[in-house]
Design a binder for this molecule. Structure first.
Ligand SMILES: Cc1ncc(COP(=O)(O)O)c(C=O)c1O
Length: 366
């Protein structure tokens, strides 16, 4: 056996949400009837315009993707309200942008700051490059970032600080003034992950005019309904983005993803409808779960809700299994650093599916 590098030998596997096929096999279910409330996807399905343009483009897959994607960058730039030199597009979603950030910045023994509980892929990617996590704190009960814990975690070795707003898995927001305080306290790159910003109506793009060390991360997997096409983007300073382009895989954004992203951005009605439907579903789920005394629910600005289920007497593993037996997937959050065995995350679905979920949940709780 060849010698595997140490960081890979020591890597904890990343645990993603489970697929319909996987669950259908395990629980003897019809994969088409499974209700997906585990991966923060778009319950509306993709934009009809994206589907149409994909159908028309299928014959193009014998050729390499465009190496010049300026047309898409221009559209993203105009959607985000910046110039297109600030944009980098990833072909394995925002996850690829994280990998490119690590490739661009990380040297062994560098440190990066994360605020558990948060998106676990930051640690998964950065640890491969030999960077060391330093933990700040998200106050789970208050559902807010402990800003001082971030400031205290900064050292001369800090290369990157991750701030996720709305935060995954609890949907809490980080206030703009707190982001500014952090930006002003360091030369490290502050990555503000806005994967879910549309559901909150709040973003931090304007801060790019003032701070050189800000980078914003976004995705087409959520409100844009294209999780399966794996498209993400970053917004940073022109010079920094140019360095990132040097190490980004050239053809990672495949032609079909390029076309689907472009068509979705043309379909502003779809984006508005998706946002509205997800917010309606979130508020419906929040209010219904609030009525169930055994559950503790947290106000969310994203397309999911974190739920503390310890008063049900069940652990999240048991609860998610029971829901799966009824054809409903929610996220067991026990693999999230900073949470114990009693948390689930429920993503928005259609109101009809939400009602079914609430019924099943009540039945499980007797
Ligand atoms: C906070 C956050 N950032 C980034 C991502 C990655 O998104 P993508 O599907 O574009 O890789 C996710 C995915 O769930 C996420 O929750």
């Amino acid at each position: 056996m060849v010698k595997i590098k140490k960081t890979v030998q020591e890597l904890d596997p990343y645990i993603p949400g489970r697929s319909n096929e996987d669950l259908a096999r395990a629980y003897g279910l019809d994969p088409d009837k499974i209700i997906r409330m585990g991966s923060n996807e778009n319950p509306l399905g993709p934009s009809p315009q994206a589907i149409e343009s994909l159908k028309k483009s299928l014959h193009l897959i014998n050729t390499y993707p465009e190496s010049n994607i300026d047309d898409l960058k221009d559209k993203i730039a105009s959607y985000a309200g910046v110039n297109s030199e600030k944009i980098i597009v990833g072909g394995d979603g925002a996850d690829e942008i994280l990998d490119v950030l690590a490739k661009t910045l990380i040297e062994p023994d560098d440190e990066y700051i994360v605020h558990p509980p948060s998106y676990m892929y930051y640690e998964f990617t950065f640890s491969i490059y030999g960077a060391k996590p330093v933990y700040a704190r998200w106050d789970v009960e208050e559902n807010r970032l402990d800003v001082n814990s971030v400031l205290d975690a900064i050292s001369p070795k800090t290369k990157v600080i991750f701030l996720c707003t709305p935060n995954n898995p609890n949907g809490g927001l980080i206030e703009k003034k707190d982001i500014q305080t952090i930006l002003e306290s360091t030369d490290a790159l502050v990555v503000v992950d806005e994967a879910y910003w549309e559901f909150s109506g709040k973003n931090n793009v304007e801060l790019l005019d003032k701070y050189d060390n800000l980078f914003i991360l976004r995705t087409f997997s959520k409100v844009m309904g294209l999780a399966g096409m794996r498209i993400g983007y970053g917004i940073g300073q022109e010079k920094f983005v140019e360095y990132m382009h040097r190490v980004k895989p050239v053809f990672s954004l495949i032609k079909l993803s390029h076309i689907a992203a472009s068509a979705t951005l043309n379909d502003q009605d779809y984006i508005n409808k998706s946002t509205q439907l997800s917010i309606e579903s979130r508020e419906f789920l929040f209010n219904e779960m609030l009525k169930i005394p055994e559950l503790k629910v947290f106000k969310s600005y994203a397309n999911y809700i974190l739920v503390d289920i310890r008063n049900t007497g069940m652990k999240s593993k048991q609860m998610t299994e029971k829901l799966m037996e009824n054809g409903i997937i929610v996220r067991d959050c026990s693999s999230f650093r900073g949470l114990d065995d009693y948390w689930i995350r429920v993503s928005v679905a259609t109101i009809e599916e939400d009602e079914k979920f609430i019924d099943v949940l009540k039945k499980i709780l007797g």
